[in-house]
Design a protein around this ligand. Structure first.
Ligand code: GLC
Length: 682
């Protein structure tokens, strides 16, 4: 059951798709402390767990920290951070009372989850205009399902997007891109796409291609396509100010850019230097910008990633001027300790400065709304611009798109990648935990930069990270400039990478099927153990294992030099170890704690009793991979079990077609059958 309460006059975020009448009585569960702004508090019992908040640092259980929903260009995902790129204002409190709470609000909001007081959850918006939704249900998955019904169906990418994607900031020329493709293929490392970072553009101008570095993008795209590899270029939020550049000129002419208070176009600095920000809150501006993606699609591109859309601001023109003036003033002064700190901070704190977010406005139906009031909606609406135009221009086809910044609502249009992590072992675990929290808020197509974005990676870290990435819907290896090259073929043991990535491809019938069923039924592809084993007090605390789909649990290794790890089994399960797809071993393990050894080139998973996992031989590219002949990983001991396999052409949007579903039945004596004779069980 969902109940809605309204305070003041909230800005219409368009996060929800159902219109629920607001109740007039007292708000349940929470204590309101009156004031401007109000705050809402809830007394946490010792056993209470607080789930949710999507993309954030720290645990699956969010207790013990303060989170601020303030979409931030944050390149340092360390424990002391309060905000990353997104605002996902949904929590579930589970314990003495269990309920979900969604705060539909576009401004900056804090969730103090036992930070100030261990036993208090306190939520404080920036003003008193918001909607609260309380969700009660039979179970944690049921609460999520109801919430997801409220916010609408999650984005579904084309199937090839589940294949390995290779990225780097940057592959600077078409030849470098060809080299990546050639070396993946030559080494028989599976791959489905290569990302283009900002240097493919002509001087960082959106929807342009550098004519020298990429003289013939259509030819590059078609040659790669023949190799089974798609191109996925980046698009940034800021539009370069340059006479003669069509996107700039059209935006100015039609008033599609964000304005200063005096009505002039706001100027910020990002990659290309001076830019304007499209006012994505205007439907016409969205339509205009969204249609621009076609320029690249017409050249053979099949997917995109939207970046810097918090929006990230290096400086505003006004702020830059102030900084230079202040530095001039300091030139004639004694630089004592205080002046020195002040001097250092002038430049160090120049980017993503709070004041800059108050210097520009959006035109919302003729009314000028200051950006900071609706800050968290910007990335959502940039990506929505693309998503809406894809739906309009390509109604029968899925286009890949994922964004850095997001808020609830954007999940209907795109996935996300989790931004600029580091090549740190601890970030494998951060990656795992975020998967569960992101699934709760409807972002199913997600993944982190495998191998780590900043800092130098190592071969063992990359292998272990790929072994987790084998289960994340987006499996992308991405790294920053200045770091060690980290494509799988750069390391000594290419065969080890081939084995790990090969498992991902072999498991694709299951991974895709579970993803699609989760998306189509408002379910979760990745869940914390406690969602499946709520009565198991140990499982409720597990933060380094996940349930993936209905049949399996995963427990990746995330410690350097470890030859394995402890795994908690909430019930008797069958462990499968893959050393590539040719060497699969299995063992039944009892409920409880086990130390499992895992070689660097092994992938492990645990099958639940009465469940199975269809898998295929694997291939090097999903478009050509044969998934008509399937084998089963299974743990079927006493009763016959069934599995509903979802499979389709991976490209069209005909999701409801009954042909997409096949039932597989397996008896304990090994007898198997399918309801569809296009699938053969081996
Ligand atoms: C941002 C993105 C990163 C990208 C870089 C250059 O930092 O998060 O993924 O490589 O910009 O475009």
């Amino acid at each position: 059951m969902i109940r809605k309460y309204r305070l003041g006059t909230p800005f219409p975020t368009e996060s929800v798709i159902k219109n629920i009448e607001a109740e007039s009585g007292a708000i349940p569960y929470l204590k309101i402390s009156e004031g401007d702004p109000v705050s809402f508090s809830y007394e946490l019992a010792k056993e209470d767990i607080v789930y949710g908040l999507g993309e954030n640092v720290r645990g699956i259980n969010k207790r013990g920290w303060l989170y601020r929903s303030k979409n931030s260009d944050e390149p340092n995902h360390s424990e002391e951070k309060n905000s990353l790129y997104a605002a996902h204002n949904f929590v579930i409190i589970s314990g003495k009372e269990t309920f979900g709470l969604f705060i539909d609000y576009a401004g900056i909001l804090t969730f103090d989850v036992g930070y100030t007081h261990l036993d208090e959850l306190k939520i404080t918006p920036s003003d008193n205009n918001l909607d609260l939704y309380f969700i009660e249900g039979d179970s944690l998955p049921d609460i999520v399902k109801q919430f997801r019904g409220l916010i609408g169906r999650s984005y579904i990418p084309p199937k090839w997007a589940f294949g390995l994607s290779q990225s780097r900031w940057s592959y600077y020329t078409a030849d470098e891109v060809r080299e990546v493709a050639r070396r993946y293929r030559e080494n028989h490392l599976p791959i489905d796409s290569i990302c283009l970072d900002i240097d493919y553009m002509e001087r960082y101008k959106d929807f342009t291609v550098d004519p020298e570095a990429f003289p013939d993008l259509p030819k590059l795209a078609s040659d790669l396509k023949e190799m089974g590899i798609k191109l996925v270029p980046i698009i940034d939020a800021g539009v370069k100010i340059e006479d003669g550049y069509d996107v700039y000129e059209e935006g100015v002419k039609n008033n599609y850019f964000c304005k200063r208070e005096d009505g002039s176009n706001f100027v910020a600095g990002v990659w290309p230097g001076r830019v304007h920000f499209p006012d994505f809150l205007q439907p016409e501006a969205r339509k205009w910008f969204g249609h621009k993606y076609k320029v690249l699609i017409d050249q053979g591109v099949e997917g995109f990633w939207n970046d810097m859309n918090e929006p990230a601001i290096f400086y505003s023109e006004e702020h830059l001027k102030e900084v230079f003036e202040e530095i001039d003033r300091l030139k004639t002064q004694e630089i004592d300790i205080d002046a020195f700190h002040h001097f250092k901070a002038l430049v160090a704190d120049i980017n993503n400065n709070d004041d800059d977010y108050k210097r520009f406005y959006h035109n919302v139906n003729g009314e000028m709304v200051r950006h900071d009031k609706i800050h968290n909606l910007y990335g959502y609406n940039m990506t929505r611009a693309a998503g809406e135009s894809f739906e309009e221009l390509y109604p029968d086809k899925r286009v890949l798109i994922y964004s850095r910044s997001s808020c609830i609502g954007m999940h209907r249009y795109a996935g996300i990648w989790c931004g600029d992590n580091n090549s740190w072992w601890s970030h494998i675990l951060v990656n795992l935990k975020m998967q569960a929290s992101l699934n709760m808020v409807g972002i199913l197509f997600c993944g982190s930069d495998i191998g780590g974005f900043q800092k130098d990676t190592t071969e063992d870290l990359s292998l272990r990270w790929h072994a987790l990435g084998a289960f994340t819907p987006l499996m992308r290896n991405h790294a920053s400039y200045g770091t060690r090259m980290q494509e799988a073929y750069q390391f000594d043991n290419i065969d080890m990478f081939r084995r790990v990535i090969g498992v991902r491809y072999a498991l694709m019938p299951y991974i895709y099927s579970e993803f699609m069923k989760a998306a189509l039924n408002d379910g979760m592809y990745a869940q914390p153990l406690s969602f499946v084993y709520p009565e198991d007090s140990f499982a409720r605390g597990v933060e380094d294992q996940l349930m993936i789909g209905e049949s399996i649990m995963i427990a990746p290794v995330y410690t350097q030099n470890a030859d394995g790890r402890y795994v908690y089994l909430p019930e008797r399960m069958k462990l499968y170890k893959f050393k590539g797809i040719d060497q699969i071993t299995s063992e039944i393990l009892e409920k409880g704690h086990h130390y499992i050894t895992v070689d660097l080139d092994e992938v492990i998973l645990f099958v639940r009793p009465g469940h199975m996992v269809p898998y295929c031989e694997g291939g090097e590219c999903l478009d050509t991979q044969d998934e008509s002949q399937l084998r089963l990983l299974e743990f079927v001991e006493t009763e016959p079990a069934s599995y509903l396999l979802y499979h389709d052409d991976g490209l069209s949007r005909d999701y409801a077609n009954p042909k997409n579903y096949t039932t597989i039945i397996l008896s304990p004596d090994g007898k198997k059958s399918t309801s569809d004779n296009s699938i053969t069980l081996l």
